[in-house]
Design a protein around this ligand. Structure first.
Ligand SMILES: Cc1cc2nc3c(=O)[nH]c(=O)nc-3n(C[C@H](O)[C@H](O)[C@H](O)COP(=O)(O)OP(=O)(O)OC[C@H]3O[C@@H](n4cnc5c(N)ncnc54)[C@H](O)[C@@H]3O)c2cc1C
Ligand code: SF4
Length: 509
């Protein structure tokens, strides 16, 4: 008998393992405290993972594969990966052990250690999910000075011939980003796809009974994570049919009353591998080709860029830079994350809305993650470890390989510019331009000092002033530093005083 381990984010039905039935193989899956407790996760994240895992195991059994599954409350479950593996090997008298390469460094290291100590032959195989190998990005950038994503994206477009005509980008441009920055002024947005939540509802009390400490809330009527392959494909098709036509245009928009706007909500299904990036891209391109002009090139290019470009790029960067990436703090930030990140109790409307949204849905769209919660954490000069823990816990799609470069790199600039060319920081005017949050806020988006001044404003100028040493060599910051230089010293002193008041006690604002 061969034991084959399937981790919670390896639910790939199309994996070569499953192409044939083999009675000499048993697939093992474990719901473990090791995984629920390494960071405090959102309740919907834990429920979504367990539901997807159980559905996957059930499907394998229906297809006549041998499966051994330890639920969270199974008395046989040791909740430790090493002990569970040793236990099932003994139970079956297994002659060999195999696993799919984990996407997380932590589990990769753990499985290397476990297998090194096993007395039977072991084998690691690919997950058959990504469009690139772990090393491909590192090889692509080898010898190049800059790791700008755009070059990798062009390489991927050529390699896979997506949206290409005669090896040139369709429509003549590689990137239609400039058409992706519209604000949402209101109107009708199709409601998000609502997957079946029956199993999630069943699992929720089991997670509570197991005593797992979680954050956020669970409401079956608002649980939007697809936990089967079928449901994930339906969610994807729903996106292609109803939302893709406006995806690119409003990609960077934020709105008080709209949690999802035109976003796909497929990151959980993708990250646990219920669906794969190739089929996502190809279904979206097919919808574009079929559409009679209502999906235009800038929408589809914007979407393909996220999956073919950003997602693969982030994954390659993670494997290129780990493990040292997890320690990076190039801006020397040491602050604490405010308590309101766990409650939403703040008067700042943009933060209140984005955090409440995250607590209620285990989801926020990209620009809320980057320009509201991420931006504010950076302006407060928060230690990147604190920021990572929050992002890794709160979003159902958060798996370290994708969360870490996005948080520490893109949002906190803690890698000193490996991923982003400059820090994503802004004052209240950007938030006001891209959303309607400021309209309902107690703070005045225009003021820099005074009781009613928007906290983002003083924090922004103070951040630039405090980080002169770290950012002085960055050409892309030149304009910002020019503007800072135009603020007279007395005004700057007042701005800094207000900023330090906020940094000392952000929960009072
Ligand atoms: C601070 C921060 C933390 C983030 N943490 C995560 C995370 O833990 N897990 C995660 O999957 N994404 C993360 N992202 C990226 C992005 O915000 C989410 O992928 C996206 O919001 C998921 O929602 P969606 O499926 O509706 O995406 P859409 O906006 O509809 O985009 C479609 C798909 O593109 C991919 N994508 C888009 N942007 C990125 C990106 N920057 N990196 C990787 N894939 C991308 C995702 O697979 C996503 O499902 C983070 C971004 C930031 C700024
Ligand atoms: S005024 Fe400032 S704090 Fe209020 S919503 Fe706008 S950016 Fe956020």
């Amino acid at each position: 008998m061969e034991i084959r381990l399937i981790l919670g984010d390896q639910l790939n039905k199309n994996h070569t393992w499953f192409t044939e039935l083999n009675n000499e193989v048993c697939y093992v899956m474990f719901e473990m405290r090791q995984e629920t407790d390494y960071v405090k996760h959102h309740i919907q994240k834990v429920v979504a993972f367990f539901a997807a895992m159980r559905n996957f195991a059930r499907q394998l059994e229906e297809d006549a594969h041998n499966v051994l599954y330890y639920t969270i409350d199974d008395p046989n479950n040791t909740h430790d990966l090493q002990k569970n593996i040793e236990k099932v090997i003994k139970l079956f008298g297994a002659k060999s052990f195999a696993y799919q390469l984990p996407d997380e460094y932590r589990l990769d290291e753990q499985l290397k250690k476990i297998t090194a100590n096993l007395k039977i032959p072991t084998k690691a195989v690919d997950t058959d999910h990504f469009l690139t190998t772990r090393k491909e990005l590192a090889e692509f950038y080898n010898g190049k000075k800059s790791l700008v994503m755009e070059f990798f994206y062009r390489y991927m477009r050529k390699k896979h011939q997506y949206l290409m005509v005669d090896n040139q980008p369709e429509g003549g441009s590689w990137n239609y980003d400039k058409f992706n920055r519209n604000t949402w002024k209101g109107g009708t947005i199709p409601p998000p796809y609502q997957p079946d939540a029956t199993l999630a509802k069943e699992i929720y009390p089991q997670v509570i009974a197991a005593g797992i400490t979680t954050i956020g809330t669970f409401n079956e009527n608002e649980f939007l994570f697809a936990t089967t392959r079928n449901e994930s494909l339906k969610q994807l098709d729903y996106f292609c049919d109803h939302l893709l036509q406006d995806f690119g245009t409003y990609q960077d928009a934020m709105h008080q009353d709209e949690t999802n706007l035109f976003h796909a909500r497929i990151s959980f299904s993708l990250n646990v591998k219920l669906i794969d990036p190739t089929e996502v891209i190809e279904r979206a391109i097919a919808a574009y080709r079929k559409s009679e002009a209502h999906i235009n090139l800038s929408q589809i290019e914007g979407f393909v860029r996220q999956i073919l470009g950003w997602r693969e790029y982030i994954r390659g960067l993670y494997w290129k830079e780990m493990p040292q990436y997890k320690q990076k703090n190039e801006l020397n930030n040491f602050g604490k994350l405010p308590a309101f990140y766990w409650t939403g109790n703040t008067k700042m409307n943009c933060l209140k809305t984005s955090i409440k949204n995250s607590l209620d849905h285990a989801y926020a769209h990209h620009i809320q993650r980057l320009m509201i919660t991420g931006n504010f954490a950076l302006l407060l000069q928060t230690h990147p470890d604190e920021v990572d823990d929050w992002y890794l816990g709160i979003y159902a799609d958060a798996v370290e390989w994708v969360q870490l470069p996005n948080t520490r790199g893109m949002s906190q600039y803690a890698d000193g510019g490996i991923l982003a060319t400059k820090p994503y920081v802004s004052s209240g005017s950007y938030v006001n331009k891209m959303s309607n949050y400021c309209k309902d806020c107690v703070y005045d988006k225009k003021q820099r000092v005074g009781e009613n001044a928007c906290p983002f404003n003083s924090l922004y100028w103070n951040f630039l002033d405090d980080k002169r040493a770290e950012l002085k060599g960055n050409n892309r910051m030149g304009m910002m530093y020019n503007l800072l230089g135009k603020i007279n010293p007395e005004d700057l002193a007042q701005i800094k005083e207000r900023a330090y008041q906020i940094m000392e006690n952000p929960d009072a604002f």
